[in-house]
Design a protein around this ligand. Structure first.
Ligand code: SF4
Ligand code: SF4
Length: 338
């Protein structure tokens, strides 16, 4: 049974309270508390929850009916921050399907004009949506790194998690990107793939799985890519609902907790990025954003109040879900950490 937003918020709050007692305690036991940012070199911009898919594991609860989307005014405030702080070298654009925001191309163009590295976290199938067919060429022309979701190299697993027909459309999109030079040495056009497990288990070792993806995708479709990132499913939103529905919540949390790896703490993404919500509020990461956890109260709260020096030394707001980032080899936007 699907829980109401109110119950989901309650669960999130419970998780956060629990975590104050346990995740921070675990960090302290390893001499790593409190968790603080080290610097900010990446501005992660979530341009909205609108998406052409409704994947079962989605931590954003994104879909075609979502109306939360970054306005041009908020995006201009984001761009103003980029203009003011050249230290923010990378703009990491996410969603939803970020390309469905009508101002997506404006954000890319302006960021590239200021020589920032731009990443587009794409679901690939958006390229076959009406009015979006030009996007692969647009991304190539602007030298945007594409970070593309492909949870498996087998059709049945992808379609089970992401929807019927998604695998075939994803493969077509990857072939289009390859034809433009993505994933090919010497072009500078970077194509990275993202794997997340099908259910409540940790991802397998990244290097071995990357080799399997490379072999299988080359053999079946002639597809090339640069790297594979393995990402742990976070106990948030739809995946959390699913864990509760299937009675696997406790077992999964226990697995994440008992797999805590202190070697992952230095590489946690909250230590070098800041995440901007579609409405301009700031969080330590996209996961905290989805749990409505703002940055620490002593730091500026919105993009309009952005102060790099204050935010770069903020204390990170943690929660039970943080065990998802520190389990096993660790998990971040750039895959395994340790
Ligand atoms: S996981 Fe990505 S593609 Fe799937 S619904 Fe969420 S935002 Fe959309
Ligand atoms: S979820 Fe991960 S990235 Fe976010 S605050 Fe927790 S440890 Fe940091």
């Amino acid at each position: 049974m699907k829980r109401s937003p109110a119950i989901r918020a309650e669960v999130a709050a419970d998780m956060s309270l629990l975590a104050l007692a346990s995740f921070d305690k675990t960090l302290a036991e390893h001499g790593r508390a409190p968790l603080r940012a080290l610097r900010i070199d990446t501005l992660q911009v979530n341009v909205g929850k609108l998406c052409n898919q409704t994947c079962t594991h989605c931590h954003v609860d994104a879909g075609p009916a979502r109306t939360e989307i970054m306005t041009r005014e908020t995006m201009d405030a984001v761009l103003d921050v980029l203009r003011r702080y050249p230290e923010l070298r990378t703009v990491d654009i996410t969603g939803g399907a970020p390309e469905m925001n009508p101002h997506f191309e404006h954000l890319v163009e302006q960021s590239r004009a200021w020589d920032r590295h731009v990443m587009d976290r794409s679901n690939l199938t958006v390229f076959s949506v009406r009015d979006k067919h030009h996007l692969p060429k647009f991304l190539a022309d602007h030298h945007v790194e594409v970070v593309a979701s492909l949870p498996c190299y087998l059709a049945e697993n992808v379609d089970q998690q992401r929807g019927k027909g998604v695998y075939g459309r994803s493969i077509e999109a990857l072939q289009q990107l390859n034809a433009l030079g993505y994933g090919e040495e010497g072009t500078g056009l970077v194509l990275n793939l993202v794997h997340n497990p099908l259910g409540p288990k940790l991802p397998p070792p990244q290097a071995g799985l990357e080799a399997d993806y490379r072999d299988e995708l080359a053999k079946r479709f002639g597809i090339r890519f640069n790297h594979l990132y393995t990402i742990t499913n976070m106990p948030i939103s739809r995946f959390l609902d699913d864990l509760h529905r299937s009675g696997q919540y406790e077992a999964y949390i226990e697995k994440l907790m008992t797999s805590f790896n202190p070697g992952s703490v230095d590489g946690l993404m909250c230590r070098n990025l800041i995440s901007v919500n579609w409405d301009g509020r700031l969080s330590d990461c996209d996961f905290n954003q989805m749990l409505d956890l703002p940055v620490d109260g002593a730091a500026p709260q919105t993009i309009r109040e952005f102060d790099l020096a204050l935010l770069a030394r903020r204390r990170v707001v943690t929660g039970m879900h943080c065990y998802g980032c520190t389990a096993g080899t660790g998990s971040s936007c750039g895959g395994a950490i340790a």
